[in-house]
Design a binder for this molecule. Structure first.
Ligand code: SAH
Length: 339
């Protein structure tokens, strides 16, 4: 069976025309799907006969809200969604001045193995389909009852390890007959799969690329990110430079500050040297402590010093604001607890 929400607009059009439907039918069905209708019988402008034909070959993937938490501090909402096969993923909605932003997952688990991250404990179960990625936006928007205007792909999973489905999802979520979320309002975060960064550069999608760097050199990166064994820091930075050249878009480098591991003054110097002259921004994230791991954040002063050092060296660096700290800490932890 085919999942209607995993089809790109053009695929849906071809599918319906094969059933003998006119071209415009796709626009109607697509629009229902994106509004969150997940029962074909509710699509009131589609004939009974057409609905029967569709149901012979296709279904609509769904999510079930298994748990939901609302932060008393800042209104951040965290969902534990259950997929059709019983697996669980996390989705978070945050409110900013410019509107609602949703942080979505791309896989059930992750196989990248970053030392400080909760999502990778237990490895990769499977990748999400394009429809399952999209459903997080659709369901969160429906549940909250307000338009979601921004998307960050920073939940569970490595988006570029699920490349084709992520690209399909991006096309669909941007489609004017659907949610119509602009590419400039979408960020995708990767641990640095160099071959896929090069591929993404040529997709002509003006999204924001975030790269999880977390270290200024190979020695430190080797200790915390296994992906660095495959793609060395120099290779990664080279791919990022090319990405910027091709897309003309600024890259955001994420740097989780871990006390005693990557937060010294010398590390700040090295980082500034590495990124010198690039069209980029550095996003400092005081590391969230994960129970199973031996990594801790430094005190407020050390974080401030690291940022100041970078700025004095001409870099553009900010410290990420912590939201929803009262509703189950860093990403991946909620799912793990339930498992
Ligand atoms: N696979 C993607 C998305 C991961 S989550 C990637 O690696 O970029 C988004 C960001 O949170 C990444 O930069 C990730 O390295 C970071 N992160 C994961 N666990 C963290 C923790 N415990 N504390 C701080 N940042 C963390």
């Amino acid at each position: 069976m085919l999942d209607l929400r995993s089809m790109e607009y053009g695929e849906l059009e071809a599918f319906l025309m094969e059933l003998g439907e006119p071209k415009f039918r796709a626009k109607q069905v697509f629009s229902w799907l994106m509004q969150g209708v997940d029962d074909i019988s509710e699509m009131t402008n589609i004939s009974k006969k057409t609905k029967e034909l569709i149901l012979e070959k296709a279904y609509i993937s769904r999510l079930r809200i298994r748990e939901k938490y609302i932060s008393k501090l800042d209104g951040t909402v965290k969902y534990l969604f259950e997929l059709d096969d019983g697996n669980c993923i996390e989705t978070v909605v945050m409110e900013y001045k410019h509107g609602l932003s949703v942080c979505i997952s791309s896989q059930v688990g992750c196989r990248m193995g970053c030392g400080f991250c909760a999502s990778t404990i237990g490895g990769l179960y499977r990748s999400l389909s394009a429809g399952e990625i999209l459903n997080q936006v659709i369901y969160a928007q429906k549940d909250i009852g307000k338009r979601i205007s921004n998307i960050v792909m920073m939940g569970i999973g490595e988006p570029l390890d699920n490349y084709d489905n992520v690209i399909k999802f991006l096309h669909n979520v941007n489609h004017p007959d659907g949610l119509n979320i602009g590419y400039r309002h979408i960020s995708l975060s990767t641990c640095g799969l160099v071959d896929k960064i090069r591929k993404l550069a040529n997709e002509n999608l003006p999204i924001t690329l975030s790269v999880s760097l977390h270290a200024p050199n190979n020695e430190i990166r080797d200790k915390i990110m296994p992906v660095n064994k495959k793609y060395r820091v120099e290779e990664l930075i080279e791919a990022c430079r090319e990405y910027i050249k091709i897309t003309n878009r600024r890259i955001s480098f994420e740097y989780s500050l871990i006390a005693g591991v990557n937060d010294s003054e010398e590390n700040a110097y090295e980082l500034a040297k590495l990124l010198k002259g690039m069209l980029c921004h550095i996003n400092l994230i005081p590391v969230n402590h994960v129970e199973e791991r031996e990594f801790y954040k430094g005190d407020a002063l050390s974080i401030r010093n690291f940022q100041d050092k970078l700025m004095s060296l001409g870099m553009n660096a900010t410290v990420r604001r912590e939201l929803g700290s009262d509703i189950s800490a860093s990403c991946g932890q909620l799912r793990k607890k339930v498992l």
